[in-house]
Write a protein that binds this ligand. Sequence first.
Ligand code: GLA
Length: 397
Amino acid sequence: MAQTKVKTDGQSDMRGKVVEALSTSLNSHVEIIIKAPGRINLIGEHTDYNDGFVLPAAVAQSIYFAIGKSGYATRCSLISLDFNERFDFDLTDMSPLSAASWQNYVMGVAAELIKDNRELSGFNLVFSGDVPQGSGMSSSAALECGTCYGLNELFGLGLSRIEMAKLSQMAEHHYAGVQCGIMDQFASLMGKQDYALLLDCRSLEYKYFPVGLKEHRLLLLNSNVAHSLADSEYNIRRQQCQQGVKVLQTYFDNITALRDVSMAQLEVVKEKLPIAVAKRCKYVIEENERVQRLAQALSESDLHVVGEILKEAHQAMRYEYEITCPEIDFMADYANSQPNVLGARMMGGGFGGCLLVLLEKGAEHELTADLDKVYHEKFGKNITPIDIELSEGVELL
Ligand code: GLA
């Protein structure tokens, strides 16, 4: 089993390193230090961009930022300590680099702020984090939201957290090319220690939801499959949902998103939709219902029902939304056949990343070791367990 279990002990170290690098490598006075968390999602995948419901939470794994003014009107320098890369750019001459470059998330936020008529000047920024990348824990949202929060503080822009979430989401659309929903940015900025967020992605009304697990625990198991298809397939799923809505609108009034559609309505138009589109619509309608059911079960502390819903959600992502992959299906099948596992499902955008497991306290080690062994035999790679602690949203330190 890979021994690189993510822990938060190293975080004071990361904070020290970003502060040090800003002053020594960029010769900049440290004005702001920020911590921006990744997130988990208990339930509600691909519902956010369908105006639906989600139940995410910010976690301890975070990105640390040290930020200061550069002293120039428009010149900026960035350092990613984890990539060991420096990048210089000018606020008057920004454009996205090739897909999946870390620079896009920072520049994207600066570009959106400028588009929103916010007054920036040159800045220097260094960051380092322990949110595993490509794991479905939203390291990109942490990078965007930490940057946005930092620039908001540095330049006194007066944005609210929700405005920052929307702006960071737009940075992802325009600079990373992923037509994501609002869930990740909202969770990173609005998270609260020990709580999940039940969010209505249409109205952005939310409520903090206590996650009392009693004799059970949540565990993440990283498949270590980097989701290379994720961005392109993500945008395709979004288009398919819109395609479904267009047809549904010709039959029914008051439909602006799949959130408004019932299974009975879908039944009526099903035959008129391409098979894949009908499956995507069915998935979204049922996933929204799963969010409501899971929230209800959690409020009644009925963890066995929570587990059953997680299992159901995995099968739906596998067969209806078709966003899983052989490795993560293997992990889910294995975990879901163990007596001390209440339920497990893939978490996040799809095509790899982590399995979210609800299991009996004390069973974590055995499950991880046993699954790692069979996983390695089959796929020649290891899984990495990741501890979960529900944490505060972006913080100024
Ligand atoms: C990614 C996106 C989110 C959401 C999830 C799937 O994390 O950024 O907006 O759609 O996938 O639930």
